[in-house]
Design a protein around this ligand. Sequence first.
Ligand SMILES: [Zn+2]
Length: 244
Amino acid sequence: MRKIIALLIATCLAMLGFGAFQVAPAQAAQSYTFLYGHESNPQYAARWNRCSTIKWGVDGALLTSIGVNVPAEIARLKTVFQEATTTSGYRFKYKGQITRKATLTGGHIKSSAYSRAGGLDIVITYGSASSAGAYTYPTFSGGVWGVGGTRARYARIRGGNHIGLRAQKGSLVLRADAVKQSVQNGQTDLVRALYLHELGHALGLGHVDNSDEIMYPSLTGEFSDYQAGDAAGLRALHSQTCFA
Ligand SMILES: [Zn+2]
């Protein structure tokens, strides 16, 4: 039995559009799952447009206030996005620091966070259960260290009349005191695994039962890179046709 360090949760954001596809349930255990649309078929799962560069930004205000080196965390996030590019094929661009947090209601990320975030596709913020004010996330009580997810809506696929679920607004909300403690303890691999996991959700991956994958719902401290199943899931999403 592996030691569980932290719990990681996926957001379940509402999908906009025409309603769910009628599809059969998955037949066999998978080395990856998808978060929205369909659990195992990438054709029906929510995915980003592979023909666009995905822009991301970071609100590190709470980290700064508790004495964490924000440039070091941004550098770590850049290596995580680089790994996501190498693993999946998606292209990302860092757009700088922002001052807008992602808003959670009942553990879900509110869409209004994005319209205020200046054209970013993925917003990364840090929060805490105990800090007063704008960065309070009650979700981070107990063992939860991160929340990740994306919104998706139906959109036309290039070269025909088919539609697919297009991911449009992703977010990662990360527990500031856990990041601080891990860095202080020299457990930067744990922070890296947290970032990879929540980014995996923002890119459309769901949880797996296999504790040998980054998308296992708890941090085990054993891995700090996407594993074979994670990579297969990301590649499957990226290999789908572009949106129009
Ligand atoms: Zn998760």
